[in-house]
Design a binder for this molecule. Structure first.
Ligand code: MN
Length: 327
């Protein structure tokens, strides 16, 4: 995935009920290429990050028909991990390490950009008719943000079962970290977790969570009630820290991505597809991409179709804290 957004807009409303902080955020619509749109919940103006999670895009469900589907040509990343999770369909991932993988439902694909990587995400001509998925980015802490790039796929992920006795179920997959007594095999670089939960109609349940983590739940299908907040598709409830459990229910059924993590202790600069710590560092990444510096090897060849970086803004980029002060 690649950030094509130039003029972010957002809708935020605040809700405080009896069980701690609950901030409802509606994802904004942003273009993906010339024909497709997606919903972006993170970064939000107020909540830029949940733990090290710094980017949340939701695309589809879309009937591809004659549409080419996802056509994200070669583009670079630094200082982050991309976490690709498909709910339906198939996308081909290729990168400058020589990785070639079909991203499919129930398989977690994590690309650690670190020092620098280039990748493409393309729907193939023989792809399934529907496309639905999320892409998340995880900011790498300072000590590891310059590591060698790598790409990993995990097909075997822990199953979660969270429904309360006597009610319809809440089931899911643990993508990263630890939750409900399970532990994901995926390698992480900061304390965080991520899960995909499906709530049957009429289900209620409680997830035990770590009070040191902040959490958010983003609905990708149906609807749900998270603590005291009703959440629809493309809405995120930010839950803050200090909880030992999160209460979930769904009358009609729903599916959500749950994200958590220790609040990220560093201010970052996130611009286009790069994460750094200063304006000058971002300029350096952009110039390196423009000049096809050795930092960014081609996926296939120097003749491949690529995405060029937008011009730098006329004002200096400033490092930003994970959460807006006073926001
Ligand atoms: Mn990307």
């Amino acid at each position: 995935m690649s950030d094509l957004e130039t003029r972010p807009r957002e809708q935020v409303c605040r809700s405080k009920a009896g069980h701690g902080e609950q901030l409802l955020i509606t994802a904004r619509r942003v273009p993906l290429g010339k024909t497709t749109e997606l919903a972006r919940a993170l970064p939000d103006r107020q909540i830029r990050m949940i733990g090290a999670w710094c980017f949340l895009d939701h695309y589809g469900p879309e009937e591809l028909g004659t549409s080419p589907g996802m056509q994200v040509w070669a583009h670079p990343h630094t200082g982050l991990q991309t976490v690709s999770w498909l709910l339906e369909g198939e996308v081909e991932h290729r990168d400058s390490l020589g990785s070639q993988a079909m991203v499919r439902p129930d398989e977690l694909n994590i690309m650690t950009a670190g020092h620098g990587i280039v990748h493409s995400e393309i729907s193939q001509p023989d792809r399934p008719p529907r496309l639905h998925g999320v892409q998340l980015w995880v900011a790498l802490p300072d000590g590891v943000r310059d590591v060698e790039p790598r790409f990993e796929s995990y097909a075997e992920l822990p199953d979660l079962a969270l429904g309360t006795n006597g009610t319809a179920g809440i089931r899911g997959k643990l993508l990263l970290g630890e939750l409900a007594g399970q532990r994901s095999p995926a390698i992480t670089h900061s304390p965080l977790c991520g899960a995909d939960l499906t709530l049957e109609p009429g289900s209620t349940g409680t997830v035990e969570v770590d009070p040191a983590y902040e959490y958010g739940t983003f609905v990708v299908a149906g609807s749900a009630r998270v603590e005291d907040t009703d959440v629809a598709v493309d809405q995120l409830v930010y839950l803050g820290t200090g909880r030992s459990e999160i209460r979930l229910r769904s009358d009609q059924g729903g599916r959500m991505i749950l994200l958590g993590g220790e609040p990220f202790g560093e201010d970052i600069v996130m611009w286009w597809n790069f994460i750094g710590r200063s304006h000058d560092e971002i300029v350096g990444y952009r110039t390196a991409w423009e000049h096809r510096d050795v930092r960014f090897s081609p996926v296939v060849s120097r003749d491949e179709k690529v995405m060029e970086a937008p011009p730098m803004p006329t004002v200096a980029l400033k490092p930003r804290p994970p959460r807006r002060v006073g926001g």
